[in-house]
Design a protein around this ligand. Structure first.
Ligand SMILES: *Cc1c(COP(=O)(O)O)cnc(C)c1O
Length: 616
């Protein structure tokens, strides 16, 4: 097939593709209406024309119309205009037309993917999507597994659930079949690799119920067997929830310092692990983030994988989860049409040839980011959110695991689901965290994956457009670092050179040395450029914002504070930094004319707002 035109994939900022959308939607609705009728045509209609003309029926219709009108009114006045390139806030933009249409078409049939019998059309779609996730992450699709979840928070919870249950299995085996782990100390049992645990489980299949009852699943947690869950400071707050829910408690969730680039500092990670090992405190698992929620930073997955190998030489092993809720889909950029990971030496040429990056002067990715994406294939599980960089409607998160045997560690039914010769568990709800769930979501994600393959020719080009847009937005800020606002000079600084498609930045009045004042300026600016007040139609531009505190980030923000002209002592006093945060998901910033137009509008609007804030 010829290349896909990205502009044909969305409804469009001005509903440019509205006619096609309406046509396909009308067709899908008509199909559905006939489908209802065609089920036993011999049955008589239950509602007659005569009844429809009675007063109560009319009133009922009227009520429905009024309620829907009300909803539309509420939506139109306050909803976020994600679709417009003027929206550079949260992780959302226009969503893919095939996904919306697939979702709506399926929703009419209300399938429930909890069980195959309730979702004969959409359950197989979910399993295919799960395979797509596994292939995208470089897992062996013959061994791996994946599924859709409500969101990334649930996927993360499921990941820690896997890790927790797996880690306790060797201890249960020790009680039930001590011979199988003879000569191993508790410390050694707590440090088996995931593969060793799965192989051990395979040897006790015949007593799998007893193993389950003697493991954490039956006994509740035994903390000294589980140990610490290690995350970077940039962690999403779902990890805090997960630590509480899974029962290890927050004392056992350790946040590792990040560097200037907001990537987990692997040297600090190594030291943390060494210190714990010294005291024989096990590591339940380590999370690396690919696309952090506030900065879009990409942790050094490759170095963390290498660290795990090195530690395993010393008898220390841990579960490795990649939280790629945000950045996961971007791995498409690096896969050729056969699904092979492109070599770095050839990447730049391919990115330009395939139209992923159009501007010659855009240098992306740096080698560290490339290597991080590559190394994801060596993890144990990955969270990936279709409703973020998949441009899919909510609620669609996802998880994939390297070895499907892991499912037995959390499944509700007797073990070995997948050995029974079926690809598709009859009751998906008993092998995952959730129960009933929308089959429509699976249809939406599946439709998008059919139109846009998860490689350089499909999602790669779409996400490339977003990264290119972010890079251009970033360069514009770099080129306009000092603004003149009626004689007052205002400096604008970016937090990092973005690893991905998020640009964080802040303003300070030249000469201002007071961090509190600077934070107030940025907060006021945000309040004028966000959804917090007033009808959305009056907004020129919409960004989001964030606050970095010492408690969350240690001294990582010092560098940024200094570049804005404020001394370190001020940071030590205030320990908080407010920033604007722009997730550049819009796919339209690869066209010069478009970027220029929106940048000019943006800059004008910021200048007006700065003038307004400064005059107060
Ligand atoms: C968004 C995000 C999550 C949580 O995903 P939800 O779908 O919002 O629940 C987890 N981790 C990271 C890195 C994220 O960006």
């Amino acid at each position: 097939m010829k290349e896909i035109d990205i502009k044909g994939l969305f409804l469009g900022p001005k509903s440019e593709n509205g006619d096609l959308f309406k046509k396909i939607l009308t067709d899908a609705i008509n199909e559905h209406l006939y489908w209802r009728k065609d089920f036993h045509p011999e049955d008589e209609p239950i509602v007659s024309l005569y009844e429809k003309n009675q007063e109560n029926f009319r009133l009922t219709e009227d009520r429905i119309i009024q309620v829907v009108d009300q909803i539309c009114a509420k939506l139109k006045v306050t909803s976020m205009p994600w679709h417009s390139p003027r929206y550079l806030g949260h992780m959302n933009a226009d969503i893919l037309m095939p996904a919306m249409l697939g979702y709506i078409a399926a929703m009419l049939y209300n399938p429930n993917n909890v069980a195959y019998e309730a979702s004969t059309a959409t359950s197989p779609m979910e399993l295919e999507v799960g395979k797509d996730f596994a292939a995208l992450m470089g897992y062996d699709t013959g061994k791996a597994w994946g599924h859709i979840c409500t969101d990334g928070s649930v996927a993360n919870l499921e990941a820690i659930w896997y890790a927790r249950n797996l880690t306790s299995i060797p201890f249960a085996v020790k009680e039930l079949r001590p011979k199988l782990v003879e000569g191993k100390s508790d410390w050694q049992l707590a440090n088996l690799t995931v593969d060793e645990i799965l192989d051990l489980s395979a040897k006790v299949k015949d007593i799998c119920d007893e193993v389950r009852d003697r493991s954490v699943r039956g006994t509740g947690i035994v903390q000294k067997q589980l140990g610490k869950w290690i995350v970077p400071q940039t962690k999403h707050y779902s990890w805090v929830k997960a630590g509480e829910i899974i029962g290890i408690g927050l004392d056992n969730v350790i946040s590792v310092q990040v560097d200037d680039q907001y990537r987990m500092d692997v040297d600090v990670l190594e030291k943390t692990i060494m210190d714990l090992a010294e005291k024989e405190i096990p590591i339940l698992g380590v999370v690396a983030v690919v696309g952090t929620t506030e900065e879009g930073a990409v942790d050094h997955v490759d170095r963390i994988v290498a660290l795990r190998k090195k530690m395993e030489q010393r008898g220390v092993s841990f579960y490795l989860h990649i939280d790629a809720a945000y950045g996961g889909y971007a791995r498409s950029i690096f896969l050729d049409e056969k699904g092979d990971f492109l070599p770095y030496s050839d990447l730049k040429r391919q990115l330009h040839e395939k139209g992923v990056i159009n501007q010659d002067d855009i240098e992306w990715p740096p080698e560290e980011v490339y290597s991080a994406f590559k190394a994801i294939e060596e993890s144990d599980s990955v969270t990936i959110d279709p409703h973020k960089m998949g441009y899919i409607p909510y609620a669609a998160g996802g998880i994939t695991i390297r070895d499907r045997r892991m499912v037995d560690a959390i499944s509700f039914f007797a073990a070995y689901v997948f050995e029974k010769g079926t690809e598709s568990p009859a009751l998906l709800g008993s092998y995952i965290l959730e129960g009933s769930k929308a089959g429509a979501t699976a249809a939406g994600v599946w439709a998008a994956h059919q139109v846009l393959p998860l490689n350089i020719t499909g999602y790669g080009r779409l996400i490339g457009a977003s990264i290119e847009g972010a890079k251009r937005f970033y360069s514009h800020i770099q080129m306009n670092r000092v603004l003149d606002i009626d004689g007052t000079k205002v400096r604008m600084e970016t937090l990092t050179r973005p690893d991905f498609n998020m640009v964080d930045f802040a303003f300070n009045v030249e000469g201002n040395k007071d961090l509190d004042k600077m934070n107030e300026l940025n907060l006021n600016l945000y309040n004028l450029s966000s959804y917090v007040s007033g009808p959305v139609f009056k907004k020129d531009f919409i960004t989001s914002h964030t606050e970095f505190t010492y408690d969350d980030y240690g001294d990582a923000p010092v560098n940024m504070v200094k570049r804005l002209g404020i001394e370190r002592a001020e940071w030590d006093r205030v320990h908080s930094l407010r920033l604007m945060r722009a997730c550049v998901l819009t796919p339209y910033f690869m066209v010069d004319k478009v970027v220029e137009h929106y940048w000019e509008t943006y800059l004008d609007s910021m200048k007006r707002k700065l003038a307004e804030v400064l005059s107060k």
